[in-house]
Design a protein around this ligand. Sequence first.
Ligand code: 5GP
Length: 187
Amino acid sequence: MRNDSKMYQDLDRILVTREEIARKVQELGEKITRDYEGRSPVLICILKGACVFFTDLVRAIDLPLTMDFMAISSYGSATKTTGVVRVLKDLDQPILGQDVIVVEDIVDTGVTLNYLRQILIQRGASSLKIAALLDKPARRKIKDLKVDYVCFDIPDAFVVGYGLDYDQRYRNLPDIGVLSPAIYEKP
Ligand code: 5GP
C-alpha cells in the first residue's frame, strides 16, 4: 500500500516506517534464533493486534518452532485500557514443559501481559519470554513486568497500523502512525 492512501489522512504523523519495522523484526528474529539455539519454542500470537508482526517475526526465526494463537480483550473500541482482561479464544495445544514466547503488539500499562504471564506460567511452561513490537514505558502500571524483547519504545500516543487498530480499522496500514485525535474524539 502506498503511504498516500486515503487511510493515511487519519494519521497525525507516521511514527515508525515499514522499512524501520522490517529491519527491526529481522534483527529480533535473528536474536531469538541465537537465544533458542537447539530448542523448539512455541510462539503464541496474541490476536488480533499482533498478527501482522507475528507473521513477519516467525519467518525471521530459523528454528523448528510451533505456533499457537490466543485472543484476549482488553480495550473494546476505546483508546484507554480498562484493566479487564478476558480470554476470547484459548490455545489449541497444552504448553506444559514448553519454551513459550508470547508475541504481543504493544505493552502499555502492562495489565494484559501480566495477566497472560500468570496464566501461562500456571499451565507449566518451562520458560516464558515476551516479545513486543512496541513499548510505551511511560504508561507502565505493572512495574516489575519484564518484557524480554522489544522492537521500538514509543511515546505516550495512541498508535495504529501494522496490526494495531482503532475500532477494528487501520490494521492493514504497513507503517505505524499516531492516530489523529479528531478521529476518536468525534461525537
Ligand atoms: P495494557 O494492558 O498493556 O495497558 O494494554 C495492552 C493492549 O492495549 C495492547 O495489546 C493493545 O491492544 C492495546 N493498546 C495499548 N496502547 C495502544 C495503542 O496506542 N494503540 C492501539 N491500537 N492499541 C493499544
